[in-house]
Design a protein around this ligand. Structure first.
Ligand code: KG4
Ligand code: ZN
Length: 337
């Protein structure tokens, strides 16, 4: 019998609902919250309120577009954390309510694990390549930068982590300094395409083992701009593309260098990237070049599965459902998971 999962993602500022059947996506809807743009970052209270307004209509639409009936749903998967507590609370409460009324199991999902699991999402009519185990994955999002080894669907080991800011934060904070709206990552990516990545150079971190650091780069970028602006008030405006290309090059170099080291140390050549920053074209190109040089079997997710989405929660929930890993109705969200 087919297994149909309704999946809810509400950890930050996107309300997303998906329907997954036997690992295949039937629908995956995302309601973005534009309200945060003018604040230079996500305002938690506004995010919770927008989730409350969005969650019912987005769920209804996800079920309609999947072409299923409510009675077909076998379980509800939801993001338990990490994320903004108020936002998580909306998704968790809604998932519980749905599971209780339909008398079906509730499956909690770790958002970070789900970003990596996005590599296992199947789509009808497409010939999907999926990684085999052990799978070495760079997880780069707005809040996290990690290298993980996935040994099975249920076993993930973290072998590298950031000691300060995440890669996405480096993009967003440096973008903010240049006056860009939040999140700055996609705009920097776009502008970088027109710029020279060797126009400027910023200090590179020295961090042990497979860990990362981005706060030094952010400070170096800030001081560089401050000095240049003393001589030329229009420096940012006049060098926007080169600044973006050079900054992106610095971040991508830090990330790819550690992935090369991780692959050499573990001997794993089944390699992927995941999370919002894996949408970055510089990172995608950089990893593709390394993969050709080093004979990696590289996995780059479809753009729609890089940033936050419920399909990744659904695929993680699907495998947990098969293992019988359910949560009780007393489950509460976790800001840190
Ligand atoms: O995974 P995600 O959607 O949310 C979190 O779980 O954090 O990641 C969001 C992050 C933001 O920092 C955003 O600027 C970054 O991903 N991002 C990008 C790009 N698209 C999204 N960074 C660089 N280039 C992009 N194209
Ligand atoms: Zn995320």
């Amino acid at each position: 019998m087919a297994v149909t999962i309704l999946a809810i993602e509400s950890s930050c500022d996107d309300t997303s609902v998906a329907v997954i059947r036997d690992g295949y996506v039937l629908s995956n809807l995302i309601a973005n919250q534009d309200i945060h743009k003018s604040y230079g970052g996500v305002v938690p209270e506004l995010a919770s309120r927008a989730h409350q307004a969005n969650i019912v209509p987005v769920t209804q639409e996800a079920i309609i577009r999947a072409g299923i009936k409510r009675e077909d749903i076998n379980a509800v998967a939801f993001t338990r954390g990490p994320g903004l507590l108020g936002s998580l609370l909306v998704g968790t409460s809604f998932a519980k309510g749905f599971a209780i009324t339909r008398n079906i199991p509730l499956v909690e999902v770790n958002h970070l694990q789900a970003h990596v699991m996005a590599h296992f999402i199947l789509e009808k009519g497409k010939e999907n390549r999926i990684p085999s185990f052990p799978f070495l994955c760079l997880l780069v999002s707005g809040g996290h930068t990690r290298i993980v080894i996935m040994k099975s669907y249920s076993n993930m080991e973290v072998i590298g982590n950031t000691i300060d800011d995440a890669a996405g934060e480096a993009f967003d904070k440096c973008g903010k300094v240049m006056g860009f709206p939040y999140p700055a990552g996609p705009l920097i990516d776009k502008l970088a395409m027109e710029g020279n990545s060797h126009a400027f150079s910023f200090s590179k971190p020295v961090v042990k083992a497979l860990d990362f650091s981005f706060s030094g780069l952010k400070t170096s970028f800030l001081y560089f701009l401050r000095d240049q602006l003393k001589d030329d008030r229009n420096f940012i405006e006049n060098h926007k593309a080169d600044l973006c290309a050079s900054l992106q090059h610095a971040i991508v170099t830090i990330l790819t260098t550690k992935m090369i080291k991780a692959s050499l140390e573990t001997g794993i050549t089944e390699i992927g990237i995941a999370g919002g920053v894996s949408a970055n074209s510089g990172l995608r190109n950089g990893m593709t070049v390394e993969a050709e040089k080093r004979n990696w079997n590289l996995f780059i997710p479809e753009l729609r599965y890089t940033t936050d989405n419920a399909a990744m929660i659904g695929i993680t929930g699907y495998y947990k459902y098969l293992r019988g890993e359910f949560s009780g109705h007393e489950v509460t969200p976790l800001a840190r998971y």
